[in-house]
Design a protein around this ligand. Structure first.
Ligand SMILES: Nc1nc2c(ncn2[C@@H]2O[C@H](COP(=O)(O)OP(=O)(O)O)[C@@H](O)[C@H]2O)c(=O)[nH]1
Ligand SMILES: [Mg+2]
Length: 175
């Protein structure tokens, strides 16, 4: 973890990854967080990473957040994607049960295999809570899986921006 203390710089630097099935809203979460607006939610716009500077609890944080460019469809994220990572956000779609199941069946296993950092903080995020009537994964199920995987837990909506900032801030604060 980098630490620079110069004025105009930042105190702590974090590399954060977004992972999870295609279509759960990883890119939307990133865009929603970076742009502070919920407009223009388009399906995967293959970004590599975005940088956000923010101050939390008096500390200036530099977050470098990596998004997949759609290659998660083919399950071909490589070990290099996980290198030197301090935070991992595992995203599922609360309206699609299989995206939740795949977090334990696929993604958590990959994290286990590739993420070598000792104190990497993980966060389980259920996205699309704005689609309340279509909710297929209960908050209790989310909380239980988070506990099992040793993750923090939040439900959010990239569309309404509910809890979006908290996802990233909570992760950065934990480290
Ligand atoms: N209703 C709703 N739709 C969302 C939300 N987040 C993403 N979407 C939509 O879900 C689709 C997939 O989003 P995308 O960010 O491309 O998912 P990714 O493949 O995980 O990067 C897009 O059509 C988004 O507009 C959300 O919080 N609520
Ligand atoms: Mg995407």
């Amino acid at each position: 973890m980098g630490s620079s203390g110069q004025s105009g710089g930042f105190d702590l630097s974090f590399k954060i990854l977004l992972i999870g099935d295609s279509g759960v809203g990883k890119s939307s979460l990133l865009v929603s967080f970076i742009s502070s607006s919920a407009e223009d939610l388009a399906p995967t716009i293959g970004v590599d990473f975005k940088i956000k500077l923010l101050t939390v609890g008096g500390k200036r944080l530099k977050l470098t957040i990596w998004d997949t460019a759609g290659q998660e469809k083919f399950r071909t994220l490589t070990s290099s994607y996980y290198r030197n990572v301090q935070g991992i956000i595992l995203v599922y779609d609360v309206t699609r049960k299989e995206t939740f199941a795949n977090l334990s069946n696929v993604w958590a296993k990959e994290v286990e295999l590739y993420s070598t950092s000792q104190n990497c903080v993980k966060m389980l995020v259920g996205n699309k809570v704005d689609k309340d009537s279509e909710k297929a994964v209960s908050s209790e199920e989310g909380i239980a899986l988070a506990k099992e995987l040793g993750c923090l837990f939040l439900e959010c909506s990239a569309k309404t921006r509910e809890n979006v900032e908290q996802c990233f801030e909570k992760l950065a604060l934990k480290d």
